[in-house]
Write a protein that binds this ligand. Structure first.
Ligand code: 6CS
Length: 338
C-alpha cells in the first residue's frame, strides 16, 4: 500500500500495459480499484473476476491501489480505454459528475444495513438516473454499493462540532465534502488517498473519515487517538466500464458482465456483515488505548442540523439535475423504509 508512485514508476507500468496489448489476447479485461485485494473493493473485484472467468473464456486482470496510481489516474486510464473496468468512489468523482456528491449530504443514507443494500439494489436514482450521468462521461455504470459506516478519526475527542474547530480534516477531493466539514466546524483539506497516512503522521492534518475496515487495514489507527461514530455517512463506491468497450460487447458478453456485477453485489453485501465490529476489535487489540466514541442522539443533533446547509449547497452546485437526483433518492429511500 505504501509503494512510492513516482512518475517514472507509473510510466513504466503503463508502458508495460501498452506493450502487452500487442501480445495479450483481446479478451483480457483490465480492472483497477482504489484499495488492496483483501479490502472491500478488492473482494468485490475478485468475485467479479471469478464469475467472468467461470462463465466465459475471458480473463480479468486486477490492478489494486498502488499499481497504476491514484483514483484520478485509474479513472483517466479507463476513460482513455487503457483499462476496461474501474472502481472509483463518488468521493473522487465529484469534479467529473457533480451530482455524485449527493452521497455526502450528511444523514441522507439509512444506517440500517438491510435497508441500505435494498436501497442500492432497487433505487431508480442509482440504477437509471446515475447511469445516464456516467454515460455522458463515457462510462457504463455497473454497480454502486456501500462499504460501511464512516467514522471520524482525530487526535482529540469529538462530541460536538466545536470540537472540530481548528482541526485540519482530510476529505476526499470533492467540493461538497469540503462544505460538509466546514458545516461540521473543521478546516477541510482535500487530499488524494496516498497523502493521508503521512499527513496524519506529520500533523499536516489531524483528522479524516473512513469506514472501520479501512482504518484497520491501512493501519491509520497508528496515527490517530480517537474514533468517533456520528452516523453521518456510509462510504459509497461505484464500479463502471469504459462505455465504448461495453457498447462494443456482444449481447451475451453484456449479460455476462451484468450477471457478474449482480453476483459480486450480493457477495459483497454478505461479506460486510459484521465487518465493522470485527475491524474495531482488531483496532482495539492493536491499540488498546484507542478512544472510541459512539455519539448519542443528542450529541448527533447539531451535526444533523448542519446537514440542511450542506443539502442547500449541493443544490446550488448542481442545479436542477442535482435537485432531481436528490428528490428521486429521497423517494427511493422512502420506498425501502416501509
Ligand atoms: O479515503 C480514501 O481515499 C479511500 N477510502 C476508502 C474506503 N477506499 C478508497 C479510498 O481511496
Amino acid at each position: 500500500m505504501k509503494k512510492k508512485l513516482t512518475p517514472k514508476f507509473i510510466a513504466s507500468v503503463l508502458a508495460g500495459l501498452v506493450m502487452s496489448t500487442g501480445v495479450a489476447q483481446a479478451d483480457t479485461w483490465r480492472y483497477a480499484f482504489e484499495e488492496a485485494l483483501t479490502d472491500v473493493q478488492g473482494v468485490y473485484a475478485t468475485k467479479f473476476k471469478e464469475e467472468i472467468e467461470k462463465n466465459s473464456d475471458h480473463e480479468v486482470e486486477l490492478f489494486p491501489y498502488g499499481t497504476l496510481g491514484e483514483s484520478a489516474d485509474i479513472m483517466e486510464q479507463t476513460q482513455a480505454g487503457i483499462l476496461q473496468f474501474v472502481d472509483q468512489s463518488p468521493g473522487f468523482t465529484g469534479a467529473l459528475i457533480p451530482e455524485a456528491q449527493v452521497f455526502f449530504v450528511p444523514y441522507l443514507l439509512p444506517a440500517e444495513s438491510e435497508q441500505l443494500s435494498e436501497f442500492f439494489r432497487t433505487s431508480k436514482a442509482i440504477n437509471e438516473d446515475f447511469k445516464e450521468l456516467y454515460a455522458e462521461q463515457g462510462l457504463e455504470l455497473l454497480k454502486m454499493f456501500p462499504e460501511g459506516e464512516v467514522a471520524m478519526t482525530t487526535q482529540e475527542p469529538v462530541k460536538q462540532p466545536a470540537d472540530l474547530n481548528g482541526v485540519k480534516f482530510r476529505v476526499m477531493t470533492n467540493p461538497l465534502l469540503v462544505e460538509t466539514y466546514q458545516a461540521f466546524g473543521a478546516t477541510p483539506t482535500p487530499l488524494p488517498w496516498g497523502e493521508v497516512y503521512g499527513g496524519l503522521q506529520t500533523n499536516i492534518i489531524q483528522g479524516q473519515e473512513n469506514p472501520a475496515f479501512w482504518i484497520e487495514s491501512t493501519k491509520m489507527y497508528e496515527v490517530t487517538d480517537v474514533i468517533t461514530f456520528a452516523g453521518h455517512s456510509n462510504f459509497t463506491t461505484a464500479v463502471m466500464a469504459n462505455k465504448e468497450f461495453y457498447d462494443g460487447l456482444s449481447d451475451a458478453d453484456k449479460k455476462l458482465v451484468q450477471d457478474a456485477s449482480e453476483a459480486a453485489f450480493d457477495y459483497i453485501v454478505d461479506y460486510q456483515k459484521g465487518l465493522t465490529e470485527a475491524s474495531m476489535d482488531k483496532i482495539k487489540k492493536a491499540k488498546p488505548e484507542m478512544v472510541v466514541n459512539v455519539l448519542s442522539e443528542e450529541e448527533r443533533a447539531p451535526f444533523k442540523a448542519a446537514a440542511a446547509e450542506v443539502e442547500k449547497k449541493f443544490i446550488e452546485m448542481t442545479g436542477d439535475s442535482g435537485k432531481a437526483i436528490l428528490e428521486q433518492m429521497k423517494a427511493d429511500l422512502e420506498a425501502v423504509s416501509k
